[in-house]
Design a binder for this molecule. Structure first.
Ligand code: MN
Length: 208
């Protein structure tokens, strides 16, 4: 078995005008596609490795042979992160608006942050260029006690690599926004809130 690029759950232009169609084509087809190809190429050297769920693969990096561990970390992380990211976005007019996140998640947000607006402010601050230097991701994590916290990772590292459960993630690589927003990362972070699929976040919170 080899890993495959999953289809987007919506058309490439569905997130316009917040995320433009050309960026979605390049980001999904070229960037995500390359992570998948490079992951498969690395694993070819070790046919004995179980190619199950990519989330499980990157959660057990210590058991990956050392000669391909960095390649699996970067490209397996890239495959897992992007596969999740596409699911976390939705057209603004579709399901998953912020009225749609269910009681459990709503309670956890109120308990942890006071309000959704306050969560968004803190997430945005963590994701801003001054806080996360270079390429990486910002995450909302569900902790074992059901509380939520905000974290960032560098490169394509995933919270799964540290045994943590992400319920929301934002790609902060320039390839995710540069065509439309150039250096204006904060503008991209702000429009992200217009296309978050909160129903999906809630489902992940309830499952995590
Ligand atoms: Mn990306």
């Amino acid at each position: 078995m080899v890993y495959e690029l999953p289809e987007l759950p919506y058309p490439y232009g569905a997130l316009e005008p917040y995320v433009d169609e050309e960026t979605m084509h390049l980001h999904h087809g070229k960037h995500h596609g390359t992570y998948v190809a490079n992951l498969n190429a690395a694993l070819e050297q070790h046919p004995e490795i179980d190619r199950g769920n990519v989330d499980d693969l990157i959660a057990e990096l210590d058991s990956v042979p050392e000669d391909i561990r960095t390649a699996v970390r970067n490209n397996g992380g890239g495959h897992a992160n992007h596969s999740m990211f596409w699911q976390l976005l939705a057209p603004k007019s579709g399901v998953g608006g912020d009225e749609d996140f269910g009681e459990d998640l709503a309670e956890a947000i109120t308990w942890g942050f006071g309000s959704l607006e306050s969560l968004q402010e803190r997430f945005t601050a963590a994701a801003a260029p001054g806080a996360l230097f270079g390429s990486g991701w910002a995450w909302l994590i569900v902790n074992p006690d059901r509380s939520l916290s905000i974290e960032t990772t560098a490169n394509q590292d995933s919270p799964l690599m540290e045994g943590k459960t992400p319920v929301l993630g934002l790609d902060l690589w320039e390839h995710a926004y540069y065509l439309k927003y150039q250096h204006r990362r904060l503008e991209y972070i702000n429009v992200f809130w217009d296309v978050v699929n909160w129903r999906e976040v809630a489902d992940r919170y309830e499952a995590g």
